[in-house]
Design a protein around this ligand. Sequence first.
Ligand SMILES: *[C@@H]1O[C@H](CO)[C@@H](O)[C@H](O)[C@H]1NC(C)=O
Ligand SMILES: *[C@@H]1O[C@H](CO)[C@@H](O)[C@H](O)[C@H]1NC(C)=O
Ligand SMILES: *[C@@H]1O[C@H](CO)[C@@H](O)[C@H](O)[C@H]1NC(C)=O
Ligand SMILES: *[C@@H]1O[C@H](CO)[C@@H](O)[C@H](O)[C@H]1NC(C)=O
Length: 441
Amino acid sequence: MLLFKKCNPLTLLLYCLILNCVLTLTRCQFIIDEDEDDSNEDETPEERAERKSIEEDSYLTVDKLIAKYGYPTEVHQVTTEDGYILTMHRIRGKQGAQPFFLQHGLVDSSAGYVVMGPNVSLAYLLADNNYDVWLGNARGNRYSRNHTTLDPDGKKFWEFSWHEIGMYDLPAMIDYVLKTTGFKRIQYAGHSQGCTAFFVMCSMRPEYNKKIIMMQALAPAVYAKETEEHPYIRAISLYFNTLVGSSITEMFNAEFRFLCRMTEETERLCIEAVFGIVGRNWNEFNRKKFPIILGHYPAGVAAKQVKHFIQVIKTGKFAPYSYSTNKNMLLYKEREPPRYNLTAVTVPTYVYYSKNDLLCHPADVEDMYRDLGRPIGKYLVPQKEFNHMDFLWAINVRRLVYSRMLKVLGKVKDRRDNVSVYPTPKDIEIPELNSKELESD
Ligand SMILES: *[C@@H]1O[C@H](CO)[C@@H](O)[C@H](O)[C@H]1NC(C)=O
Ligand SMILES: *[C@@H]1O[C@H](CO)[C@@H](O)[C@H](O)[C@H]1NC(C)=O
Ligand SMILES: *[C@@H]1O[C@H](CO)[C@@H](O)[C@H](O)[C@H]1NC(C)=O
Ligand SMILES: *[C@@H]1O[C@H](CO)[C@@H](O)[C@H](O)[C@H]1NC(C)=O
């Protein structure tokens, strides 16, 4: 692939965006030849088995991946009130186990909570701690690319952003979980856009606040004043102003996954591009397992989701999608859409954020935290290079983040169906980890 050899990741990204569109238009079908002879003479049999297993993990769908590691798994279909058919994956807990709902971020899927395997990923940790784990998939990603009447290959299917994910997808999935399990309330955790959509839901449909015991917000992408200078965000923003960019509806899907894995060269460039976007932290980067990530990311989004984030970044306002002035007047009765009301988010919310997160700057997260209706604690990850995706992918994410989450959850264990009593920051108070605890494994 001479073409890619000397180009920088940014060029690659733009190139892929355009190519992505061309490939979509031609509806190419790629078949990966899995039988090719790839034996490597320097490899021991154990290394070969490990490499094969990693390769297998990269191709398995989320339910098969969970089953491979010996956890009981189920697949559920949920239809939203506007007709989108969503897939939920479940790691079924024991009879009576508290349901725990996990919602993924932008360009991600339910895979985000399992890709790093049972010794690392959050879904397994919660299952091991006796939760009944439900993994959501937002409309438009590879598992939720279906609708009762609309064709996902048509334009109309893609007319949504994370506003609709919060308005329709999360409520439908939460109601489904409550109905299926007979519980009155669930525990919720979201990563990035999984938080954004959650706050949309709680502010626009406040009756849902009562259905959530507590919210664990990992790298919440909500306020984004500090993200404006991000070079990749600028590039993507410019891209939307081009002829190809402005007509695109679906982005970062299967063709993109194929491109990243085409050759070692493109794989390296994709790694560069990913960490250029989210922040670099090579110490927590699991190079060996990265092929699994490339097999599951990106999972597909609507262009409007990305455009909506860019609006939030540019205006510094966490608000619904802004159209032309005329359409805004019609929809919102104002020239600009009014902000989402974070005060109306009354779910007790615990926030996890980090210093090297290029998409959620600590100052933005702290601003958001102050505006929430019921903030109960925040935790700045005590590693200065920790990035946006490290909340799912870091080698030591259990020690650095999830151990704290388990402590927070432990404080409200006995309150699961007691709607009238909210935990206060004092209830959740956890002493800061000392440096010894952080270094030990
Ligand atoms: C998880 O860790 C244990 C103990 O270190 C190890 O034996 C096991 O193979 C690991 N499992 C996976 C799937 O990596
Ligand atoms: C989409 O949903 C319809 C209606 O439920 C179903 O018949 C069809 O098989 C689904 N398509 C895919 C690709 O899952
Ligand atoms: C925001 O929500 C809070 C709590 O529900 C309410 O008291 C307040 O009036 C709302 N603010 C706006 C601007 O709607
Ligand atoms: C709810 O919690 C309060 C305070 O902890 C307790 O007094 C009350 O009995 C609980 N109610 C139920 C239904 O468990």
